[in-house]
Design a protein around this ligand. Structure first.
Ligand code: PAF
Length: 285
């Protein structure tokens, strides 16, 4: 596996692959990789001739007081996992390589101006999706992939990126991949590492709420408000949990909905102690 730290090196390598007629898949990550990321690499390897994973903790998507500094990092472990799963190149740039003005800042952003990035996570993380769109847009320009792979766990991010790709006419296929869970249901996340043993147990309340919501939909409940209320009650019964939001939204626009008319996304963000975790399920047609 090639380890590239500069934009030039990535460009030269990808150009050579394309001259050979090879297709390229991109898996954007912030590192500290787990089986969820591995499943994205597996999907990319199955669909593309060459796979590039980016490993970069992107400062522009973190707000003041968020966990930019403490975000977990383990590049050696990441390389081992990526290599094992057949990744062709990892792009691990410095902050200055990605943001040449210095200090992890930029004067140029890619931003969706409608309400989509203001819903759900955007209510408490107002600059988050502007930072995500900007860095993903830069990665698209650097890697020029045919396809890019994102996890359904970050459902709002996936919807925002699909919209950005459409609006900006990127000729890139966006592939959404299913949530990967621990055996007991907890969705895999790099932030799970922040949890104490007691919090890890309490965090199961998120997946329990997802499974309850799915069961209510399967049983024929069409009132999204009732489903959200049942999920909320379940989470509130856990003393270590503090709800940021539990909501039902349109699966494409992220606008709030009150009935289960697919596609509907039931999404939540919940603090377990000081760790903010997200989970969701999508009801499709
Ligand atoms: O999902 C993530 O890990 C990040 O938001 C992404 C897409 C790699 C952009 O920094």
């Amino acid at each position: 596996m090639i380890v590239a730290t500069t934009v030039d090196e990535v460009r030269r390598t990808v150009r050579a692959w394309k001259r050979e007629g090879l297709t390229v898949g991109l898996v954007p990550t912030m590192g500290y990789l787990h089986e969820g990321h591995a499943s994205l690499v597996d999907a990319a390897v199955a669909a593309c001739d060459r796979v590039v994973a980016s490993d970069f903790v992107n400062p522009t998507q973190f707000g003041p007081g968020e966990d930019l500094e403490s975000y977990p990092r383990d590049f050696d472990h990441d390389c081992a996992l990526l290599e094992e799963h057949g990744c062709s190149m990892v792009f691990h740039p410095s902050v200055d390589e990605m943001y040449p003005d210095g200090g992890g800042k930029t004067d140029t952003y890619v931003e969706i101006l409608n309400d989509m990035p203001k819903q759900l996570c955007g209510k408490t993380r107002p600059i988050h999706f502007r930072g995500v769109c900007t860095v993903v847009s830069k990665l698209f320009n650097i890697v020029t992939p045919d396809k890019a792979f994102f996890g359904q766990k970050d459902a709002q991010q996936l919807a925002v990126i699909r919209k950005m790709v459409r609006d900006m006419s990127y000729g890139i296929e966006i592939v959404g991949c299913p949530i990967v869970r621990e055996e007991d249901g907890l969705a895999k996340s790099s932030r799970n590492t922040y949890l104490s043993d007691e919090e890890r147990e309490a965090a199961l309340v998120l997946s329990k709420a997802v499974f309850l919501g799915q069961k209510l939909v399967e049983d024929g409940e069409t009132d999204a408000t009732k489903i959200v209320a049942a999920m909320t009650d379940l989470i509130q019964a856990e003393p270590l949990a503090r709800i940021d939001y539990v909501e039902a939204v349109d699966g494409l626009t992220m606008a709030p909905v009150t009935t289960v008319e697919p596609p509907v996304l039931f999404a939540m963000a919940v603090y377990i102690g000081t760790t903010r975790l997200i989970d969701n399920f999508l009801v499709e047609a």
